[in-house]
Ligand binder design. Sequence first.
Ligand code: SF4
Length: 506
Amino acid sequence: MNPNAAPPRVIIAHCESYDAARIREIVRDGLRELGLVPRGRTLVKPNLVAAGDMFPHAHTRPELIDGLLRALQDVGADTMSELAVGERCGITIPTRYAFKHSGVDAVLAGLPGVKRYLFEEVPQVEIRYTHEKRLRDYVFVPEPVAKADFFVNAPKFKAHPWTTVTFSMKNYIGIQDDRHRLIDHDHRLNEKVADLQYVIQPQFICIDAIVAGEGRMLTPTPFDMKLIVMGNNQVAFDAVCCAIAGVDPHTVDHIRLAAERGFGTLDLSKIVITGDVTLEKAKERAKGFKVGLIRVEKYFEGSSITAYAGPPPQSEKTDYCWGGCPGAIEEAIEMLRTYDDQCDKKMPRMHIVFGAYDGPIDAKPGEKVVFIGDCATWKGKLGDELVSIESLYKDRSTKDPYNAVHDDLYLKMSKVNRKIRAARNEPHVRFEGCPVSVAEQLFALVILGKAKNPYVDPGEAVRFNEAYMGWRATTAMKRLMGERYQRHGACSRGEAMPDVRRADGE
Ligand code: SF4
């Protein structure tokens, strides 16, 4: 960090409710206090990881996005050449679905001229990394991210199963299309998020903590905080959010790594904290906020599922895969519980195994044993059968982002279905992938547990298909028009390199 740079600033503001007009005032005041004027291509990146009836608290609320966009217009009408909102949602859903069913499309309809970028429907451009200890030499991000002049991060204040919490930095997982997002989304997830900080740094951060989400990230429990937190440095911002939630930011690896790499400070004494709510008062509001990071064995205690977790590959030097398959199944079961309150009662006894597990599996006859992920290994007897599950793990150096292939939801559903049918007379079944996604693990639980499938809910299916067809048709049309886009699932070398701004504390 430049020792002569002004200290980072964080503003903690009271916001009673999702009143877009009041949010506009708060954010406009925040921008002015921070001395920020949006300019050029201004891009707002909310957290729309999931939206619709099942996910009311998973995403940045549309009223906050409405107030934020209007505040940016208030301050930067003469300096912005473009104002846009862009996102890639999660769980293999087309992002156009998340925009529509979160209410953000309706907000944009009232703001003519504000653009919408669906990140999986725009060209992906290569960003090269040169920093030390990077996981890889290049990644792909959507062109609007790479070309943004003024980047606004608008996350949701939530707990997270993989990374304890998700505030500003973790919101970057949505700046990559699924194909690229899932690369390194494993036990090195925190390093991936820290690496993504080199793509771009936000000039302004504005988090929705009016109603935060506790416990989980897709189906969190609403937690009233009545806060909007704003800032001008992502590391300092996350440090303050951690302090509010009662979490030591040094224990959240992507935040710690970004601080160590010079992106900002975790030292609260070096951050100017202002606003009409003091940090102490904000902490009181967040008292009892439940964060994530619960091991999978513990998560399923008391249910009909017994989970077992061994370490991911030893060469990677970690003893648990915090960023991959085990956390994904926690989110999957919570989606099923939200959708079907009889889910746990219906679920038959089953055993789910992750990583290199070498302990006993207490499976009675007829109880299925499910091995999840490329790194799963186990040897032993299931009934009379001697079972040997070998590692299929491939070193990350073999995963080239140029060759990343998109897997859509219908393909995932049919793949899981085929696997389970093929193993119907076996005591075990194995799902391959690194990671095995939330959607795939959810489908596996649905079929094995005869639970209701939220993805084919009669009401949702129509809405989902509408979004799916829109996405497919748009992508096909862009290809026909010759837009440089991924062809056959691969990004073509030679995309125009954006003028990438490094914000690594130089
Ligand atoms: S296969 Fe799953 S559990 Fe194993 S390293 Fe990959 S993401 Fe982690």
